[in-house]
Design a protein around this ligand. Structure first.
Ligand SMILES: [Mn+2]
Length: 235
């Protein structure tokens, strides 16, 4: 990172508003001790699904972040699943098998009742739209796909080897695993990503994985970059 830049990149949250609140307090306290001209917070996506409080996570991201940071919100494949369902109710099943029930329930949708009644996808969509605050809908619709900063590129899942960073396919940025994870050659920038859970931050010469599976492990991780230093904060 250039001199004077202090960057925190937060991994996949998946409905764990409790862990997010804890990690943000750590980041705020840590940043207060640092001398930096610019402080930046980057979230690599997958805010929703699986965990119990997706709604609370988005509330924190919209209204309760520490002050004094530039903030970037990336889109994860789980936000894409949610948006795809809102665009086309026929995508309901695809979202539900990936943890969408927990998200709808967190917004107050009676998932069990809809399930028992065998409600058609359009009814689920109406029920969810009815509960989704417009500010949350806007949040999901305006998420970014990549953030370059210094020698780093921040994305949700990864990048396709052999494709220039400016020409990457959205589907790869949101979903890629093996072709990216197995690549040992440099990508042009060090790619900081989530999406694929690891027990400890996965630090390689060409990439850094920071999805520590918070929803299952209780461990939410932030990568901290300052000048030439790298370190981690975690719950
Ligand atoms: Mn993901």
């Amino acid at each position: 990172m250039p001199e004077g830049e202090l960057v925190y990149a937060v991994g996949d949250i998946h409905g764990r508003s409790d862990l997010l609140a804890t990690l943000l307090r750590q980041i705020e306290a840590d940043a207060a001790r640092q001398d930096a001209a610019n402080k930046t917070l980057i979230f690599v996506g997958d805010y929703v699904d699986r965990g119990p409080d997706s709604r609370g996570v988005v509330e924190i991201l919209l209204n309760a972040l520490p002050e004094g940071f530039s903030v970037h919100f990336l889109k994860g494949n789980h936000e894409q699943l949610l948006l795809d369902f809102l665009d086309d109710a026929g995508r309901l099943r695809h979202w539900r098998v990936n943890g969408g029930d927990a998200t709808m329930a967190s917004y107050g949708v009676d998932v069990d009742q809809l399930d028992r009644a065998g409600a058609p996808p359009d009814t689920w969509r109406e029920a969810f739209m009815d509960k989704l605050p417009p500010a949350h809908f806007d949040f999901f619709r305006h998420l970014g796909l990549q953030v370059p900063l210094g020698d780093y590129l921040f994305v949700h899942a990864g990048v396709r080897p052999g494709v220039p960073l400016h020409a990457q396919d959205d589907m790869d940025l949101l979903w890629i695993r093996d072709a990216f994870l197995d690549e040992t050659e440099p990508f042009g920038k060090v790619v900081v990503h989530g999406h694929t859970p690891v027990s400890e931050p996965d630090v390689r010469s060409n990439r850094i994985g920071i999805d520590t599976g918070a929803v299952f492990s209780g461990r939410l991780t932030a990568l901290r970059l300052k000048n030439g230093e790298r370190s981690f904060l975690r719950t």
